[in-house]
Design a binder for this molecule. Structure first.
Ligand code: FAD
Length: 288
């Protein structure tokens, strides 16, 4: 099985899917079935979130990564965060991943939430990356990036400049926050390349197929909404079946443009929905 760094050398566009561990352990069997279906879409890797939204308990990222790697033979990318962790806890987490044969992590800071204390040891994702590089040389790590700038950064330029810390710490790849306007991605990529970022970048796309997703997703991601997107929502907001179809079409259109536009990778935020992942894959597989 290739590592993530190797995949970007071997393939013109790396296709990946993100999933999240269920909050209830009783839901793990359903998730396993979802992942079996996603395997048929031939993802090059599947990333597994860690405590996103500040949740704790339930199925662990290690359990999901273990299932992906050892039951399905899919390369897992296990997310890991600074918040709520420190050197000792992180060493244990990396040991747990290593014990199930997982050697790729997405090193993140995590969002501020009252449920999770700041880390005394890692203030930024790049601090965590330095720690992994020094103490776990068998681990390969990726990082996050933000086509519209991270909400805490004073400007997009400053945020892009901070990506150099991740590159210098040894990250092998970057995954973007979701976005709905491809123009923002191309502008960001151009800025990043001019700033000296040479890492491959996966463009993160989330199909919006339900009205309830819109407010939540936009609030969490700070992604701006182009008029084409808002027109789609206003047109179909009271017609769930049409909104579903239009949301898939929108994501397929975004992804086809990304792949044809030369993106190093595309990353599908499929929200554990195999139907959505299959419908999107149907629309792009001829390009992969
Ligand atoms: P950082 O890289 O630390 O950046 C945070 C801020 O600090 C930015 O404004 C940046 O410009 C600045 N900065 C960065 N490095 C430095 C530096 N060295 N010196 C000074 N300033 C710096 N959250 C979860 O809890 N679980 C998940 O599984 C998860 N998965 C995610 C996956 C992706 C692809 C993305 C894009 C985000 C994910 N998140 C997840 C959310 C993420 O944790 C938050 O967006 C968080 O606010 C920032 O994480 P980061 O790793 O980019 O932080």
């Amino acid at each position: 099985m290739s590592t993530i760094a190797q995949l970007f050398q071997e393939k013109s566009c790396v296709f990946s899917i993100e999933c999240f561990p269920p909050k209830q352990t009783t839901k793990f069997a359903d998730m396993q079935q979802t992942l079996r279906r996603m395997k048929e879409l031939h993802p090059d890797f599947v990333s597994v979130t860690y405590g996103a939204g500040g949740s704790a308990g339930g199925v662990s990222s290690v359990q999901v990564a273990n299932f992906l790697k050892n039951d399905l033979g899919i390369l897992p990318l296990a997310h890991t965060i600074c918040m709520g962790s420190d050197r000792e806890k992180m060493a244990v987490q990396l040991d747990d991943l290593r014990a199930v044969g997982v050697h790729n992590v997405l090193a993140l800071r995590g969002d501020h939430t009252p449920l999770r204390p700041e880390s005394p040891d890692f203030h930024h994702a790049s601090d965590l990356m330095e720690f992994i590089r020094k103490t776990a040389p068998d681990m390969e790590f990726s990082g996050a990036c933000y086509p519209e700038g991270h909400p805490e950064a004073p400007s997009l330029t400053a945020d892009v400049a901070n990506l150099l810390h991740k590159q210098q710490a040894g990250a092998v790849h970057l995954v973007t926050q979701l976005f709905f306007d491809n123009g923002k991605f191309y502008r960001f990529l151009n800025m990043a390349r001019k700033a000296g970022i040479t890492l491959p970048v996966s463009a993160g796309i989330m199909p919006i197929v339900r009205r309830s997703q819109i407010e939540r997703t936009v609030a969490l991601s700070s992604a701006s909404l182009p008029s084409e997107f808002t027109r789609m929502v206003s047109r179909w907001q009271d017609d769930p079946a049409s909104l579903y179809k239009a949301g898939i079409d929108y994501a397929v259109h975004q992804l086809r443009d990304m792949i044809e536009g030369g993106a190093d990778g595309v990353h599908l935020y499929a929200m554990n929905d195999a139907d959505v992942a299959e419908a999107v894959y149907d629309g792009i597989h001829d390009l992969l």
